[in-house]
Write a protein that binds this ligand. Structure first.
Ligand SMILES: [Zn+2]
Length: 272
């Protein structure tokens, strides 16, 4: 598609409804992740396997990607991440190919945040990548608890987010990306996390990033607490007040949530 075609498609009558379809890709499975990384104050000692999800947004004219998944099992091992399994055509390129696409077909990328398993495919991209300014600032100098997920502690190795910084489009606060697609800050898991609001024929959805790993973060409860106190923050967070404020804001909006590492989301697959 030429630039002129794309411009015409984006603003032409066909795309004027601003409705998109969301399709879930699985770019690997993380093995043996401590439950405490997902559920604050979990003391069960349990370890779980998590899908690493990426989303295609398509309207028949343009194709956007929300997050780009992890890098590779080899790099994950070198960089102290959980064991990553990408067998069964789980690389980003293979997942795109299953949808008849290659990285050249992606018109824009939105990173919910810059943890390694959400931006590992960024260096492959040839499209603008939308990131909140606050997230870039924090990724550059994270808290010690977040050095590894940002790959900021690795002497002689360039973090995936840094390798793609040259073609990032930095945004600040709520921003319209396309008609029917916008981003809103959702701090808590990281200070610059953002959710992606997508209008579809089935209503509005929010791809939440790791503010919400699974629906348990919304519906679950802290062990031993009264039944009416619902919601358990992600075990990895920078600010719990922010986390709860972000969750409450989402709950006050007329939308459906798409958590970042939820097997049920993968099972459902497509939205809208
Ligand atoms: Zn994260």
């Amino acid at each position: 598609m030429t630039m002129a075609d794309r411009e015409s498609a984006t603003h032409g009558s066909g795309a004027a409804t601003g409705l998109w379809r969301i399709e879930t890709l699985c770019c690997g499975v993380l093995h043996g992740v401590p439950e405490s990384a997902l559920m604050y104050m979990d003391a069960s000692g349990r370890r779980v396997d998590l899908p690493v999800l990426v989303w295609l947004l398509r309207n028949g004219f343009e194709t956007l990607l929300v997050d780009t998944g992890p890098s590779s099992p080899e790099l994950a091992r070198l960089r102290f991440h959980p064991e990553l399994d990408q067998s069964g055509s789980r690389t980003l390129a293979e997942q795109l190919a299953l949808h008849g696409l290659s990285v050249q077909d992606i018109d824009a990328v939105i990173n919910t945040h810059l943890h390694w398993d959400h931006c590992g495919g960024n260096p492959l991209m040839q499209a603008p990548i939308y990131v909140q300014r606050r997230e870039l600032e924090f990724a550059s100098a994270p808290l010690p608890t977040q050095l590894v997920p940002y790959e900021a502690s690795l002497v002689g190795m360039e973090a995936a987010w840094l390798a793609s910084a040259a073609w990032m489009r930095v945004v600040e606060g709520p921003t319209v990306i396309r008609k029917g697609i916008s981003v809103i800050p959702l701090p808590g898991h990281t200070p610059g996390s953002q959710g992606v609001l997508v209008d579809t024929a089935d209503g509005r959805f929010c791809v939440t990033g790791d503010l919400i790993d699974s629906k348990e973060n919304v519906e679950g409860q802290l062990v031993g607490w009264p039944d009416h106190v619902r919601g358990v923050p992600s075990g990895i967070h920078t600010d719990l007040e922010d986390w709860y404020a972000s969750l409450r804001m989402l709950q006050s909006m007329d939308l459906s949530l798409i958590p970042a590492h939820d097997w049920e989301v993968l099972e459902i697959g497509a939205f809208g």
